[in-house]
Design a protein around this ligand. Structure first.
Ligand SMILES: [Zn+2]
Length: 276
């Protein structure tokens, strides 16, 4: 009897720990999985990440972030109506550090060209604050086209590419600042991307980062039901310490200005700069 394989073959990438390079075999699951995906902690440094991920090109359509998020949210709401309601009811805590990413960037970057990685349709940067010319890179051709149209009104553009090949298309020391808003948690090569980004930034130019904070109190209270867990599209679960380690591997210093990173907030903000 022959068995028909109804499942398409999965293109699974194995990842070493981006903080300490431990191989994916040296991880232990943390009880959150949806085979073949699992969230695991590195046995070397404790970093929580996905040791196996879909090949990057599959994110473009099949695991498009926005679709995956809607699915996860709906599933979670069905499975955990009380916890979900409680989570929503306590959303007031988010307002503590609620701010527009582009205004944060405008406060720390000098006037000039700025770039956002994973800019989606360009909604974060357009219209840009005075003095900033928006550029972007997004892996989704559809979203990149929308962003390119938006950014063109202000003298910028957007490339449809993965971050590393997109950044290679810009000359060194081009930009006065960068925005990584809800981006690094999706990136399977965070150190390589930060190195490539560093090359195109002017000396001392800031990178504004916003990522979910795996060290937040809400994550500890909600456990596996924390809103930051998303399989398979959130592939890195940063804490302030591990974000600092990954930045250091790319030659960047991480700072957490007062109020930028609070344990009461599911997300944290950080400011990275090339080391002098
Ligand atoms: Zn590690």
């Amino acid at each position: 009897m022959s068995v028909q394989n109804a499942m398409p073959s999965l293109d699974v990438l194995q990842r070493s720990c981006p903080v300490c390079d431990n191989p994916p075999s040296r991880t232990r699951g943390i009880g959150i999985e949806s085979p073949p995906w699992r969230i695991a902690a590195c046995e070397g440094c404790g970093f929580v990440y996905l040791p196996e991920t879909p090949a990057q090109e599959r994110f473009v359509s099949e695991f498009a972030w926005e679709k995956s998020w809607e699915k996860t949210r709906d599933e979670r709401a069905r499975a955990q109506p009380i916890l979900t309601a409680l989570d929503r009811a306590t959303r007031f805590r988010l307002t503590v550090a609620k701010r527009k990413a582009k205004d944060v960037l405008a406060r720390v970057a000098l006037p000039g060209d700025v770039i956002e990685l994973g800019c989606g349709d360009g909604g974060q940067l357009a219209p840009p604050p005075r003095g900033l010319v928006p550029f972007g890179i997004d892996i989704s051709a559809e979203l990149a086209a929308l962003a390119a149209e938006r950014f063109a009104d202000y003298g910028g553009t957007c490339l449809a590419a993965d971050a590393i090949s997109g950044l290679e298309q810009f000359e060194a020391s081009r930009f006065t600042g960068a925005l990584l808003h809800a981006y690094l948690e999706h990136e399977i090569e965070p150190v390589a991307v930060l190195k490539a980004l560093r090359r195109v930034l002017k000396p001392g130019a800031p990178i504004v980062v916003k990522v979910p904070n795996h060290a937040s109190w809400n994550r500890r209270v909600m456990g596996p039901r924390w809103c930051g867990y998303r399989l398979p599209d959130h592939v890195n679960y940063f804490t302030p310490a591990s974000l600092e380690s990954i930045a250091a591997r790319a030659g960047l210093d991480a700072a957490f200005p007062p109020g930028w990173t609070l344990p009461t907030n599911d997300n944290m903000w950080a400011l990275l700069r090339a080391r002098a």
